[in-house]
Design a protein around this ligand. Sequence first.
Ligand code: ZN
Length: 162
Amino acid sequence: MGEEAQRGSQGVREFLNSNAGKGVTIAFILIALGVVFFSIKGSFGSSEIQNFANTRTFICAETLKPYQYELTATSKIPAPSPFSGKNTGYPAEMCYWTKEGKIRPTPYPVLLNSYRKLPEPTFCPDCGRLVTVRNPAPQSGAKPPPTEAEWKANPRSHPAAE
Ligand SMILES: [Zn+2]
């Protein structure tokens, strides 16, 4: 049996050392690399690509219109705004609420007063509720932030306004 097996493995080695055998080996490696490449590529969704590019929602202080802006290491704030044609773009804070105190289906981009050098807290122009820096996304069952009237009635009972 030993002699038979030896002859068999020698045959494989001879085949691999032949030009045809090398071609098959290279083709197999290329196919394997291709499979690895496409499985890596497929695992990145568009949202991850967006995070990687660091695209953020900005808002133009002159027109109050939101737009997508790609932050780079050399980006300055205020950033160029496509609406004013000047450097009037600031990172938008997202408001997640409606007037009725329900969670908004799509967050509303808000320009914080602190970017406009205004001392007053920022209230969302859409729902009239308090918006703070890194405004938290709501958990289900969470209490909505105070409206301007609620906040003015008792500012100390609410989280610090920015
Ligand atoms: Zn709002």
